[in-house]
Design a protein around this ligand. Structure first.
Ligand SMILES: Cc1cc2nc3c(=O)[nH]c(=O)nc-3n(C[C@H](O)[C@H](O)[C@H](O)COP(=O)(O)O)c2cc1C
Length: 291
């Protein structure tokens, strides 16, 4: 029986992140084709408000790997840092005597963020098509300002995500995902029933149960308390003890993406945006000619 209708669908459905790379270099022409696919992707108004920093120097990759606490980053022959880039367009506008306010516009920012990700994903797929493997690194957000200095990013150029690419050490196995029934809504949004919702997640994470340890329990209890108070914390711990394991949802939001700490970082990120020259969250003061 044919599992897939064609090679492209097979490639997309068999993809998985790769975190173990051989030391084989990526030939120049292969890398060029891959980069070209990203640059050819759809982009709002065909403006292309992004730049890609290609990092191949071992010392730089090692430093990023250390900052991110993810050693395999240094093993990938190429790291690509995808950045929103309004600087090139601002300079162009200036040279052409065109008015320009993109850094103060949330709409421009929003579209450029999408453009940057779409470009990255084309490159990711093209890398797969050329027998390479890749993995996104989102935790670079924790050290954007260090990257700014390290990679000499000018005002208006802000990192979004890093993509490590290289030849995989071994074949990667696709991860289980939520199915079409949970993700796709026909015509209007249709809420799943609690039963359907739990079924969908249980299928995705079938058999994955996280062991209870005193340290984990204490942490989840504290996070629950911070988010929703003592009563909820007690109920959560009782639930964990009754079920005999920590569920995937409890792990994600209680241990990994620590629920009460996530919103506390907002202020820091807003300051980061400002540092990169984006101030769309501030009131815009239009230029007025004084009479
Ligand atoms: C925006 C984004 C950020 C990510 N950040 C990291 C990361 O910092 N480290 C990592 O090992 N994987 C990272 N990943 C990879 C995800 O962990 C991975 O896509 C997910 O577990 C699903 O696995 P799959 O890609 O094999 O389907 C990231 C993926 C995305 C899309």
């Amino acid at each position: 029986m044919i599992k897939y209708p064609n090679k492209t669908i097979e490639l997309l459905l068999e993809r998985a992140s790769c975190r173990a790379f051989t030391n084989k270099k990526i030939p120049k022409d292969v890398l060029e084709y891959i980069l070209k696919t990203g640059i050819h992707a759809a982009t709002g108004g065909n403006l292309q408000p992004y730049s890609i920093i290609k990092i191949e120097k071992q010392a730089t990759k090692r430093r990023i790997a250390k900052l991110a606490g993810q050693g395999f980053i240094a093993d990938a022959p190429v790291n690509l840092l995808f950045c929103i880039d309004w600087r090139r367009l601002e300079r162009w506008a200036k040279l052409e005597m065109a008015p320009f306010t993109a850094a103060s516009s949330f709409r421009h920012f929003w579209i450029s963020f999408q453009d940057t990700i779409i470009t990255a994903q084309s490159i990711c797929t093209a890398a797969d098509a050329m027998s390479l493997g890749s993995v996104y690194i989102g935790t670079v957000i924790e050290f954007f300002l260090i990257l700014k200095r390290m990679l000499k990013l000018p005002r208006g150029v802000m990192p979004v995500v890093l993509l490590c690419i290289g030849y995989p050490k071994k074949k990667t196995t696709p991860h289980s995902k939520l199915g079409i029934d949970a993700i796709v809504h026909n015509e209007t949004y249709q809420e799943l029933s609690d039963k359907e919702l739990l079924k969908a997640f249980n299928q995705k994470y079938a058999g994955i149960k996280i062991d209870i340890t005193p340290k984990r329990l204490k942490m989840i209890e504290q996070v629950c308390r911070e988010v929703a108070g003592e009563k909820f914390a007690k109920q959560c711990i009782e639930r964990i003890k009754k079920q005999g394991y920590i569920s995937r949802a409890q792990m994600y939001f209680g241990l990994h993406y620590i629920a009460h700490k996530m919103p506390l970082q907002n202020e820091k990120y807003l300051r980061t945006f400002e540092n990169f020259g984006f101030n769309w969250f501030k009131k815009y003061k239009p230029y007025r000619v004084k009479d």
